[in-house]
Design a protein around this ligand. Structure first.
Ligand SMILES: Cc1cc2nc3c(=O)[nH]c(=O)nc-3n(C[C@H](O)[C@H](O)[C@H](O)COP(=O)(O)O)c2cc1C
Length: 228
């Protein structure tokens, strides 16, 4: 197990270097995905009036995985979800969770293996629920963990299903050392949205140092003009 963590850490470092070198992902647009099954999946919400200060309507879309994770042990609430909730609270945004139809393994190492295969296959794992109508939103805060130097593949399924061209996306991610890994560029390339400055934070900070995390979140929102 220790050797695996060491190996994965090395891989993260390699991924950071790759990201700094400007490597772009090979993503084929328009990969088909199965229709959403009838489940107790999250329902898309209708936009609230004047959700964010300045009359801007905001939606937080996020992917996050609880259970066993790197550096935090077994957690009840995913690291990225913690930030998503802070952003929604601060801006009055609606929220939409990207939920895979098939859950990832609860244990960390098996989860990394499934995720790695999905990335290598450029897969589009099925996601559940009615996709949100984004036409009424001025900004979409998009949250995700870094998985193998990229967004988790269910986020790309979301991009295939929801047209984001021309929208404003403010990305935020959690990671354990890789930083953004160029994912802000991947989002811009894939969605053709306008992408703002992103927020990146270690998952361990989001999970274990929530006051510090909140300060960073609020400073970022302020810089972007979404809170006063
Ligand atoms: C499948 C998987 C792959 C990961 N790959 C990376 C990585 O490439 N770089 C990195 O810094 N952290 C990586 N991590 C750590 C996560 O990015 C980090 O724990 C994140 O905060 C998890 O957020 P979540 O709880 O919202 O899912 C990985 C974690 C998992 C489960």
């Amino acid at each position: 197990m220790k050797r695996f963590f060491a190996l994965l850490t090395l891989t993260f470092c390699a991924l950071i270097l790759t990201a700094c070198g400007g490597g772009a992902p090979a993503k084929s647009a328009g990969t088909s995905s199965a229709p959403a099954p009838k489940t107790d999946a999250p329902k898309a919400e209708t936009p609230k009036k004047d959700a964010a200060p300045g009359g801007k309507r905001a939606l937080v879309v996020y992917f996050s995985r609880a259970d066993e994770n790197y550096g935090v042990g077994v957690i009840e609430k995913g690291n990225t979800r913690i930030l998503a909730e802070m952003i929604a609270e601060a801006t009055g945004a609606d929220t939409f969770e990207i939920k895979p139809a098939k859950s990832y393994p609860k244990e960390y190492t098996p989860a990394t293996e499934v995720a790695k295969k999905e990335k290598n296959d450029n897969a589009r794992p099925e996601i559940v629920g009615t996709m949100p109508d984004v036409s009424g939103y001025d900004v979409i805060f998009l949250g995700y963990p870094i998985w193998w130097g990229d967004l988790p593949m269910p986020c790309y399924t979301f991009f295939d299903k929801v047209k984001l061209e021309g929208k404003t996306i403010a990305p935020f991610c959690t990671h354990e050392g890789s930083g953004l890994s160029g994912t802000d560029r991947y989002i811009a390339d894939t969605t053709k949205a306008k992408v703002t400055e992103a927020l990146e934070m270690k998952g361990t900070t989001a999970q274990n140092s929530r006051d510090e995390a909140k300060k960073e979140v609020l400073a970022w929102l302020k810089k972007l003009g979404y809170v006063k």
